[in-house]
Design a protein around this ligand. Structure first.
Ligand code: PGA
Length: 257
């Protein structure tokens, strides 16, 4: 594990993550970002929007998309990314990619997406949340740690977690197209965010447990450059929390997050 940062709250965590991404975009206005949906990255996007950076040259790849929502559905990840990321940051919509969840296109949705990421030169920084079941992207427990972008079936737990965005759990799609764990591991830097006590157990398993397909987020332990930024509640089950705080407090002056 590269670094675990325990922030006071989600706002501070978002600001720290925004600092990393802000420096990247400042250094490389044509950077490639991997963007996540859900509630977790919202403080990061809010903090990024205050930095006054020019995102027009940035390319973005979403992690996943539901299968079968009608085009323009407010909870499709295409729409969520437009609303929470593209608009507030001022990205060029033609540089923003989301997997194709059209049921008629699934046979090639995964390979098309892999090709688009490769054509863009790969992802510089991938933003990740974590599911209460330990997923990253929509790679549910049991996913191959080498998986490419493909169709997956959402667990009942994930559908229940995401029911808050829909009128009823029955409206939450059963399937998705998600970047694979292999895809995510090819990004050059991973930033995993987790907030709230509901994430504490999955986070501890991901960061300190064995690397296992049963906890897809544990695959981040295989990556050479990971920054995990969490709030106190999500950190509650980390056995080495004091050591992570000690490392952060004693960072050498030359080492930025
Ligand atoms: P959340 O979802 O940010 O809405 O909690 C995270 C995830 O499922 O990866």
């Amino acid at each position: 594990m590269s670094e675990v940062v325990i922030a006071a709250d989600a706002e501070e965590a978002g600001a720290l993550a925004a600092g990393i991404i802000g420096r990247l975009v400042q250094d490389d206005p044509a950077a490639v970002l991997g963007v996540a949906t859900g509630s977790t990255p919202l403080p990061l996007y809010r903090a990024l929007a205050t930095l006054g950076l020019d995102f027009r040259g940035v390319t973005a790849f979403a992690l996943d998309e539901y299968v079968g929502l009608p085009p323009g559905h407010a909870e499709s990840y295409r729409q969520v990314i437009e609303r929470e990321v593209v608009g507030p940051l001022g990205l060029d919509p033609t540089r923003v990619h989301v997997p194709n969840g059209d049921p008629e296109e699934l046979a090639h949705a995964g390979s098309d997406y892999e090709a688009a990421i490769a054509l863009a030169g790969g992802v510089d920084v991938q933003i990740l949340g974590i599911g209460t079941d330990g997923h990253i992207g929509f790679n549910e427990p049991g996913s191959s740690l080498a998986s490419p972008t493909r169709v997956k079936t959402l667990t009942p737990e994930t559908r229940a977690d995401n029911a808050r965005f829909f009128d009823s759990i029955d409206d939450v799609p059963m399937h998705c197209v998600t970047q694979g764990i292999g895809t995510i591991l090819r990004a050059r830097h991973l930033i995993l965010l987790a907030f709230g006590e509901a994430k504490a157990s999955a986070l501890a398993a991901a960061v300190e447990g064995p690397v296992t397909a049963s906890v897809p987020a544990s695959a981040i332990q295989l990556h050479p450059r990971v920054t995990v930024i969490v709030d106190e509640a999500a950190a509650a089950q980390l056995e080495r929390a004091d050591y992570y705080r000690y490392v952060f407090a004693n960072r050498p002056a030359w080492q930025q997050l």
